[in-house]
Ligand binder design. Sequence first.
Ligand code: PMT
Length: 412
Amino acid sequence: MPSVLQDKNIVLGVTGSIACYKALDLTSKLAQQGASVDVILTTDAARFVTPLAFRSLTHRPVVTDMFDTHSELAVEHVALARRAEILAIAPATAHTLARLAQGLADDALTATALATEAPLLLAPAMDAHMWDHPATQHNMSLLRDRGAVVVGPGAGRLASGLVGMGRLAEPTEILGHIQAVLGRNSDLAGRTIVISAGGTREPIDPVRVITNRSSGKMGYALAEAARDRGARVILVSTVQGLDDPPAVEMVRVETAEQMKQAVLNATSQADALIMAAAVADYRPASVAPSKVKKSSNQWALDLEKTDDILAQATNPLVRIGFAAESNDLLQNARAKVTEKNLDLIVANDVTAEGSGFGADTNKVLLIHPNNQVDDLPLMSKPEVAHQVLDRVAAILQRKTHPEPQDHPCRHP
Ligand code: PMT
């Protein structure tokens, strides 16, 4: 599955801030994923970074002057505005945000912003006092009301020495939001999908937990893929070692009981649930209030069953489970489709090389309720995610717009 950025026309505006260096990283990431990137540098941005640096990454001319006879804008004033599928401005200074809010067109970047019908994404970067100023906040709310997607700024130490809001969002964060905007009209547009990821942690005492080997990679790959296909994604996660996927709503949990509450809450309005999390089947029947001391040679733990989340989350139209098996994969997974009344189960043999827990790849069988089995080759987890979402999109389509013959015949 190609990246949502493949062959997309992205116009990247870069304005005068010390954070300009991060725009080079963003440009490189966009180009690596197959996007065609046209960079417009403001005069001040060109003092921080050279047009040559961007041209070397994009292999395209860089626009610095609206009246430059070599620039594409000079050939056709709104050429970039028309070609753009998104106009992203990163970093966006307070001054540029003010010009955009006012609708000025006094340089190549603001003229393009005024002329384009493409969505506008803004990643502000400035000193904390400038960000907090009522004028900037007013400009931001004007721009948001007009539909601009705003990414960041983050908090931290700023170039001025101040600590506060104003740091440019990280390039990966901006990239994720660009992907979400570009995927807006894809096959999962308008759908809400709840995805669970990671292994639950069941406390024994304040120090110890019972957990499993899930890294969360499979669930996170699903979340990013669903976002890139236009879905609103709610990710219920126990994961600690991965960055939050940008443009995804995060709900953090730890235990099976917390995951159950979060999933039931999130799915009350969702179209689909995909349970990629490895949920504890048993938890300690009681949690010791203080650390259990090493006194005897043996320690027997009394365990009780957890609730089955998939079985209880009956609200979504489409419900997908995963089956982590170490033997009799097909047989065990088929039984779970029936027991949990699922629309699909993704069965992985967690003992196979490059498959299951922690791996970057997975080898899965997609098992349908009619016993159809799609035996997929070993592929990356993002590729598996797209294969699963192809089925989710098709099942949603079938359930929301059934073919006439799917209706019971009321008037023979
Ligand atoms: O996270 P990674 O390192 O990338 O690894 C991915 C994975 C191996 C965790 C993933 O591919 C996977 O198989 N997830 C499901 C693991 C699991 O718990 O399987 P199960 O066969 O025990 O459960 C069947 C289904 O019921 C699962 O969808 C599970 O989320 C769900 N379940 C289980 C127990 C429970 N109390 N409630 C549930 O809803």
